[in-house]
Structures are given as C-alpha cells and as structure tokens.
Write a protein that binds this ligand. Structure first.
Ligand code: GDP
Ligand code: MG
Length: 441
C-alpha cells in the first residue's frame, strides 16, 4: 500500500541502503538519499531519526504507519487521540503485508521528512522515519546481515528494536559492537547514543509484566541484570549498555488480534480488526516518541546533526561497513571523528559565505580596505564557530583542519579582491561611503 502523491513524486518508503554482492556488501543509493535529505525545505534543519529495526514480518512497517499518522495529524488530534484515525480507514504508508520490498535486507527511509517544531525551544526539526530490515541470525555474535542494525543505530537518534515475544539472549548480542564503540565515543557530558527502545510485539505474559512502558521497564531490568556463568561478552554488553545510551526503554505490545492473519485485513481500527488493548498501547507508545515535548534530535558528540551532516554520516558509515567484515569499534570511532570535523568545517564555511554574501554586491565595488575588513569579521566568526563545536577528533587533527580552513578562507579573500578589481575595471561605480558604512555596521 502506498500514500498519495506529492509534488516531486510518490510518498513512500525508499530504499537507501541495500545488501549488495561481493566486496561492496552495502550499496548506498546516493541519489535516493539526496532526494530525501537534501530537499530545499529541510536544508540545515536538525534531524530526529527514528528507526525501527528487526527481522522481516515483525510488524515494523505496520507500526511505522501509525507513526506517520501521528506525525501528520494536527496538534489538536495529537492531543485528543483522534490521530489514531477512524474505524474504517485502511492503514497506509510503508508497505506492510506483501509487496515487493518485503524480504530485502536494508534501510528504507520515508520519502518525505516531516517538519515539526520542538515544544521546548520552538526550533524546527526534520523527522525521518527509517525501516531497518535484517535477518538477525544468531549464528555469530554479529551475524552478517545484522551489521545493518549497527549501521542504523549509528545513524538514528531513536533505535526501536522490534522483537517478537520476548527479549532473548541473541537479541542482546547484536548490541555488542556499539556498546564498545559507545564507550569510546562518550565523554563525561554526552553519551554516544540517545534512545534505545526494545519494542516487544505479541507479549504473551501480561499477567507477569503488564503491557506498556511499566511492564517493559521491569522486564528490561530483569534482562539486563548480569548473571553468573554468563558468556563474558554478553556480561560486558550488559555492563556497558547503560553507559552508551541516554535512555533505554522497553515497551510491551499486545497481540493486535487474529484478524491480522486474514488476507482481507486492511489495518482498520474497528474492534473486530484490532484489539482494544492494541489501540490503547498505540496511544501510549506513539506520543511518547513523537510528541513535540519528547522528540529526540540526533546528536553526535553532543552536537546536533543536520540533514546535510546526516547525508555525510550515511556515506561514511556505509563506507566503513564495506571495508571490513565487521569494522572494529575504533574504526567506527575514527570515521565518526573525521565526519564530525568535516561537518564543523562545512558549517564554518557556510557561515563565512553567508556573511560575505550579505555585504558584497555583484555590481558594486568597494575599497579593498573595506572588503578586507568584511572578510576578517566573517572569517573570525567562522573560525569561532569551528572552534566552538565539540569534536571527537584528536587535537592534532583538529589543528590540521583549522589550518586548512584558515587557508581556504584566505583564498576566498583573494577571490573577492580579484572580483572587486574586475568590477572597478568594468567601470562599475565605486560604492559610496554611505553604502560601505551601512553594510559594514
Ligand atoms: P515487516 O516485514 O516487519 O515490515 O512486517 P509488516 O509490517 O509488513 O507486517 C507483517 C504482517 O504482520 C502483516 O500481515 C501484519 O498485519 C502483521 N502484523 C502487524 N503488526 C503485528 C503485531 O504486532 N503482531 C502480529 N502477530 N502481527 C502483526
Ligand atoms: Mg516492512
């Protein structure tokens, strides 16, 4: 099933990462990613990336479509619960039940980022919904396909680990790689990752742990307790997991009802289709993730990640997951640190350009002294922005990038002076002192 049309194409789940063959194990569809992340309307916005990860036919797309409903509803509907929809409205969005993408390992993004405002600060953010599908085999500590899970955890701000029936030992094993990475990447102030949510579907023991977050938290505490005679790797995962994520939660979801097995089931809400308990669980779960009070922007090293940064992180991470069977935690750390530096450099460069473009006119020349003064003011602001950003890299790497940035901005001045000269020779008029004074202030 898919949603309606929009300007620039269908709204649908688009596959941005797929499992390839041979050395290129993961293929990034850069064009598709560009169409989602580099749209004009979300340019420069911080991102909230909510991923639902798990094995196929686990109900991931189904729940994602309720996320979409909530995100698209008016604030009033969100507050009253009307967002859940009407009794006879088929569930649309990401394809669920059947469809061509159903058995493909990879990452899908909803084609349209949803722009929302954070209630606390009034800032705009772009919410991205991500569907991460792997086989999640338990043959090895991190099975080949389930590195996709590590990849999507690195990229998301909320990782929803979609499990059926319970949290099992194998499920925890998949967390090993990034608990190691997470220890490297966190400092005293910020943790490596934001939210991990274990979403247990078809929870069968409601009499023992109740549905929802409450029962989830007691189950999780039990599962995360270290046990004697435990595999040492798993014990470490348990010990480290809380140091990696700001927030670890578990939600126990009831079975939706047996009509889900019916071929004619379209995801309508009527009681004969979806059990009342399932609807109540949705009303508890979905606002806890997407209410403007609870949105979780993606942070790397404590800094907000923008749409453009996320595009670069995608490329970086897919690259390192291709260069090794399973990359070492230190490799991921180094790649993240490098990408962080690039993001800081880009932000500084953009700030410089913005400042200069606000003053320099195409057809007006100014004195070289004025131009140089404008440059110096813009450069200093840009360098301050670069220095002020928190980075994971070593001081030596930071210094190298800072030097390169200084050189680059110096070269920009030469270019501006050159263009200014041409304007003089082309007998353009010199700006009046009044103009220079006005834009300099
Ligand atoms: P995905 O492959 O993980 O994206 O799974 P889908 O969302 O496509 O759902 C697969 C099937 O499971 C569909 O027939 C759904 O109707 C059904 N389904 C959705 N949610 C649940 C659930 O919570 N429990 C059960 N048992 N089935 C579900
Ligand atoms: Mg699916």
């Amino acid at each position: 099933m898919s949603g309606g049309t929009q300007k620039g194409g269908m709204r649908e789940g688009v596959q941005v990462v797929k499992l390839g063959e041979g050395a290129q194990r993961y293929e990034l569809d850069e064009e598709a990613l560009r169409r989602v992340l580099l749209r004009q309307d979300v340019r420069g916005l911080p991102v909230v990336v909510v991923s639902v990860a798990g094995a196929y036919r686990g109900g991931k797309s189904f729940i994602l479509d309720f996320f979409l409903r909530y995100l698209k509803a008016s604030r009033y509907s969100q507050q009253t619960g009307a967002w859940l929809g009407s009794e006879d409205e088929p569930l649309q969005g990401f394809h669920w039940r059947g469809g061509s993408e159903r058995n493909t390992t990879g990452i899908h993004l909803w084609s349209e980022p949803i722009i929302t405002t954070l209630e606390a600060t009034g800032e705009k953010v772009a919410v991205l919904l991500m569907d991460t599908q792997g086989t999640f085999d338990s043959e090895t500590t991190i099975g080949q396909n389930s590195t996709i899970f590590a990849l999507s955890t690195l990229i998301s701000s909320v990782q929803i680990y979609n499990l059926t029936g319970n949290i099992k030992e194998d499920d925890l094993q998949h967390l090993q790689l990034f608990t190691e990475y997470g220890r490297l990447a966190c400092d005293s102030k910020s943790k490596a990752f934001q939210t991990l949510l274990f979403l247990v579907r078809d929870w069968p023991h409601a009499f023992e742990h109740a549905y929802g977050f409450l029962g989830g938290s007691t189950l999780l505490n039990k599962r995360l307790q270290a046990k004697v005679n435990q595999n040492p790797e798993l014990r470490q995962v348990r010990e480290h997991i809380r140091t990696c994520f700001d927030n670890i939660k578990c939600f126990l979801m009831p079975h939706p009802g047996h009509s889900v097995e019916d071929l004619k089931f379209t995801g309508c809400l009527r009681v004969t289709d979806l059990r009342e308990q399932f609807r109540l669980a949705l009303l508890e779960l979905v606002p806890s993730l997407f209410d403007p009070k609870h949105l979780t922007p993606k942070l790397i090293s404590g800094e907000r990640v923008t749409t453009q940064d996320l595009f670069d992180y995608f490329k970086t991470y897919v690259g390192i997951f291709n260069s090794d069977e399973v990359p070492e935690a230190v490799t991921i750390f180094k790649a993240t640190a490098d990408a962080c530096l690039l993001a800081a450099t880009r932000e500084a460069r953009e700030l410089y350009s913005l400042q200069m473009e606000a003053r320099v006119r195409d057809n007006v020349s100014v004195s070289n002294a004025t131009l140089t003064a404008w440059h110096e003011a813009a450069r200093d602001q840009a360098l301050r922005r670069f220095v002020g950003k928190k980075k994971l890299a070593s001081q030596a790497d930071v210094d190298t990038h800072l030097e390169a940035l200084k050189k680059e901005l110096g070269a920009r001045l030469s270019q501006y002076l050159w263009n200014n000269d041409i304007k003089v020779r082309d007998t353009m008029t010199f700006a009046t002192e009044a103009y220079e004074a006005a834009v300099s202030s």
